[in-house]
Design a protein around this ligand. Structure first.
Ligand code: V47
Ligand code: SF4
Length: 372
């Protein structure tokens, strides 16, 4: 047994850690996958420092001390939505602003970005009138303007709607968008796969099984993607683990996911505002268990515009190795839902400082996690 494991055993003895936690700890130390029951047990019984230490082992095995970030920005083409998710503060149903950018306005935003910016994340509401031709043309025009810009675009929920509206199969739709310039797919729309909770918080949205089907198809066509989970509302630990289990199973089949991003439910200005936000302890548990459980996901991301830069920084000690990017004040989803940063933007030097302060190595990356 190495020194690290001896240290952990000492820590467990001093904390009077129960034998199931000792078994889990030995599994993590040896890179053995946890069962769903063990995942639930970790959420319910593990002490926070202990969880952080296990998550750190898993993080180091995958990413050493690197903490990645990218120069990126977002475009949210519209907030007019066919759906009515109860946690949403952003769609025209709940926000007092309503927007529908023209293609010219979108291209203008692309033009305004510094040439060093490498990735554009396009996502928004599910507009009733827009079909796959509109979305494909948009990608083509952006690529014509900035051929080297990586286009991470359209959540599975937007894709589901445009495929159905255009009466095109998922496979044909993916090929069409790939040929139009789609490089990867963001992780949005996953929310929580458990059907009963999903029906209560976003019953109009595409089903969880459809989200998984669309990501599987993307991976089949060589389009990588991310995965998210909306947590901290009315779900329980077993439902969180069920979500992680479904993602882990799909990743075993395709290997197409880059990063998992836990998204903390923010409660301002939406139909679920009566639900209190979970504590920072709960947030750190979520990051740590995700890192330990998702043994086949290369990266775990803390999306700082959603949780705030300080919390994202602490998450680097709970399994996180990816801080997303500079954002350049280009997203409204979380500022409308009550996030601390109302104009999210981080310079490269601020990002590096945040990461270095917690003794990680800042690594600027491209969209495939290659070091720049
Ligand atoms: O699916 C909406 C979430 C997601 C709230 O792939 C909320 O790199 C919390 O998926 N409280 C969209 N969450 C954003 C998204 C994303 C963000 C950053 C990076 C990536 C990536 C993906 O935002 C939605 C939903 O889960 N969301 N409202 C809210 N009140
Ligand atoms: Fe529409 Fe997305 Fe808001 Fe749901 S979360 S109402 S799909 S914008």
């Amino acid at each position: 047994m190495n020194n690290k494991n001896e240290d952990l055993n000492l820590m467990m003895d001093s904390l009077d850690i129960s034998s199931p936690l000792k078994e889990i700890s030995a599994k993590v130390a040896n890179g053995i996958r946890l069962t769903p029951d063990e995942g639930i047990f970790l959420f319910s019984h593990a002490e926070l420092g202990f969880l952080g230490s296990l998550a750190n082992q898993a993080r180091i095995r995958k990413n050493g001390n690197n903490a990645y970030f990218i120069r990126n920005f977002h475009i949210e083409p519209t907030n007019i939505c066919v759906n009515r998710c109860r946690f949403c503060s952003y769609s025209h149903h709940f926000s007092h602003t309503q927007w529908e950018l023209t293609t010219e306005e979108i291209l203008d935003k692309v033009n305004q970005q510094d040439i060093a910016v490498r990735e554009l994340h396009i996502t928004g509401a599910v507009h009733p009138d827009r079909d796959i031709k509109y979305y494909g043309d948009l990608l083509k025009q952006i690529k014509a303007l900035r051929p080297n810009l990586h286009l991470k675009a359209y959540s599975a929920v937007e894709l589901d709607y445009m495929f159905r509206k255009s009466d095109i199969s998922v496979d044909d739709g993916m090929e069409f968008l790939k040929a139009s310039g789609l490089d990867s797919i963001p992780g949005g729309g996953a929310e929580i796969f458990d059907e009963s909770i999903r029906n209560q918080i976003c019953g109009m949205k595409s089903k969880g099984s459809r989200w998984l089907e669309i990501h599987q198809a993307a991976h089949r066509h060589g389009i990588p993607s991310n995965a998210t989970m909306l947590y901290g509302h009315i779900e329980n630990y077993a439902q969180r683990i069920d979500h992680l289990e479904k993602l882990r199973n799909l990743q075993d089949i395709t290997g197409g996911f880059n990063a998992f991003i836990p998204l903390k439910f923010r409660n301002a200005n939406n139909e679920m505002s009566d639900i209190a936000e979970v504590s920072v302890v709960e947030d750190m548990k979520m990051y740590a268990v995700a890192r330990i459980y998702l043994d086949n996901f290369p990266h775990l991301k803390a999306y700082w515009p959603a949780v705030g830069r300080k919390l994202a920084q602490v998450a680097l000690s709970f399994g996180v190795d990816d801080m997303d990017g500079t954002i350049n004040d280009s997203t409204r989803i979380y500022s409308l839902a009550g996030a601390e940063d109302q104009n999210p933007r981080m310079t490269v030097s601020e990002m590096k400082e945040l990461i270095s302060e917690v003794k990680r190595v800042p690594v600027e990356r491209d969209s495939f996690y290659n070091r720049i």
